[in-house]
Design a protein around this ligand. Structure first.
Ligand SMILES: O=C(O)c1ccccc1N[C@@H]1O[C@H](COP(=O)(O)O)[C@@H](O)[C@H]1O
Length: 221
């Protein structure tokens, strides 16, 4: 689906920076409390999404606890390529979102500290079996995401080695300084970042986006 996703873009210049840096996806955030929130009713959000499509970037809509009907309205109005469910959604409800006809990415919140491969697998497996791709992020409490908290990459390495067929995305606390190490230790083939490429918080930095993408690509060789 993508290798490097820069999440929470707000401006066309952010999208141009992702394109220049060699990222292949952007996240459009539709969670109102987030500093990265985009109003789906605003014409500028549709223009932003169209600009990402023009740059051939994969557009992922980030939603928190939104019913399928509400997400359908955003898709129709803004244009998206995939849906990221980043709240407390229940796997038993997945059919409603699957009916929207776009790939589903489930953010699985992983608690801090060491976990066994079996403990991670227990959290991930129901979503994989329901047809979702999974993005592993730190538990951010009521913020749900985007707070720069890292996972225990060693634990992920044990899990991904045992369950090598699972396609997954590493998120949580990544930044230019640690993304190569995170990839090396965890074995991630895909990464996602929001706060780690911002300065100040909420404002994407073209220099940090470029450094992040370069470090990730170098780590993959
Ligand atoms: O970015 C946000 O504000 C956000 C809000 C609610 C749900 C998800 C959000 N972002 C996602 O969280 C991960 C991790 O963020 P960070 O890199 O640790 O700052 C991010 O990649 C987004 O997919």
């Amino acid at each position: 689906m993508f290798h490097i996703k820069i999440c929470g873009v707000l401006l066309k210049t952010d999208i141009d920076a992702v394109h220049r840096a060699g990222g292949d996806a952007v996240g459009l955030n539709f969670f109102p409390p987030s500093v990265r929130y985009l109003d789906p009713q605003s014409p500028s959000t549709r223009e932003l999404s169209a600009h990402a499509a023009h740059r051939l970037l994969f557009r992922v809509g980030v939603f928190v606890n939104q019913p399928a009907d509400a997400i359908r309205e955003v898709i129709d109005r803004v244009g998206l390529d995939a849906i990221q469910l980043h709240g407390d959604e229940m796997v038993s409800d997945v059919a409603a979102w699957a009916n929207l006809g776009l790939p589903l990415i489930r953010a699985v919140k992983i608690p801090g500290g060491k976990l066994t491969a079996a403990e991670i697998e227990a959290r991930v497996r129901p979503w994989i079996d329901a047809g979702c791709e999974v993005l592993l992020d730190a538990d951010a409490g009521s913020a749900h995401g985007g707070i720069g908290r890292s996972l225990d990459w060693d634990s992920l390495s044990d899990w991904s080695a045992k369950f090598a067929a699972v396609r997954w995305v590493l998120a949580g606390g990544l930044q230019p300084e640690n993304v190569a190490e995170a990839i090396r230790v965890s074995g991630a083939r895909r990464v996602d970042v929001a706060s780690g490429v911002e300065s100040p918080r909420g404002q994407k930095s073209a220099a940090l986006i470029a450094a992040f993408c370069e470090q990730a690509r170098n780590a993959w060789g």
